[in-house]
Unconditional design. Structure first.
Length: 202
């Protein structure tokens, strides 16, 4: 399994100049890369392009597993109204997944286990940190081959961030993981640095 980005340019709608220019890198199964570059350099746009979620102009090539095997994780996870069980399992995880409760416990969400069948507006009721931990529950239950994390631990304290990265490294040893984040602590969880340099920015 391989993720390869070659001479990729990402453009915003209505702008002639590329937001990301000539980005090239590759990751093998089991490698964990962090995208590094200044704010506004197009890192999120590049990540969305890798996930097949970029509707605007681009050129270059991306070789990756199927989009169905790729999981894009935004800074604030979406959870629908309804039961908490349905919200955690959105969009297509079985609500009776045998590892659901155990994974909630592993992701430090044990206090939500007895609320799984409660109905509420969970997007509003849950804290940003709880929403981010729910995203990691989804990562672990779906076993995605490629996981793209866009500041997905920004609302967590550093020990919880470290615990969750260790979980996905242990449970998904063959998955390719790419992260964006601004904390210096992120570097310790990755074995590749993928530079998006100022010269490559629009």
């Amino acid at each position: 399994m391989y993720l390869a980005v070659s001479q990729l340019e990402v453009r915003y709608a209505g702008q002639a100049q590329a937001a990301v220019h000539n980005a090239s890198f590759g990751l093998r199964a089991g490698q964990i890369g962090v995208l590094i570059g200044p704010s506004g350099c197009g890192k999120t746009s590049l990540l969305r392009m890798m996930a097949g979620l970029w509707p605007f102009g681009s050129s270059g090539s991306i070789r990756s597993p199927r989009h169905e095997d790729t999981m894009f994780v935004p800074q604030r996870a979406y959870v629908p109204q309804g039961s908490l069980r349905e919200a955690v399992c959105y969009p297509d995880i079985s609500s009776r997944h045998p590892d659901l409760i155990g994974t909630l416990l592993d992701c430090r969400l044990g206090h939500l286990v007895d609320k799984l069948d409660e109905h509420d507006d969970w997007q509003q009721r849950l804290s940003p940190g709880e929403l981010q931990r729910i995203a990691f529950v989804r990562i672990l239950l779906t076993q995605a081959q490629v996981v793209l994390l866009d500041e997905a631990t920004s609302a967590l304290d550093e020990p919880t961030e470290a615990a969750l990265y260790q979980l996905i490294k242990t449970r998904l040893p063959q998955s390719i993981i790419v992260s964006i984040g601004h904390r210096n602590t992120l570097a310790a969880f990755h074995n590749r640095s993928l530079q998006v340099s100022p010269a490559a920015c629009g």
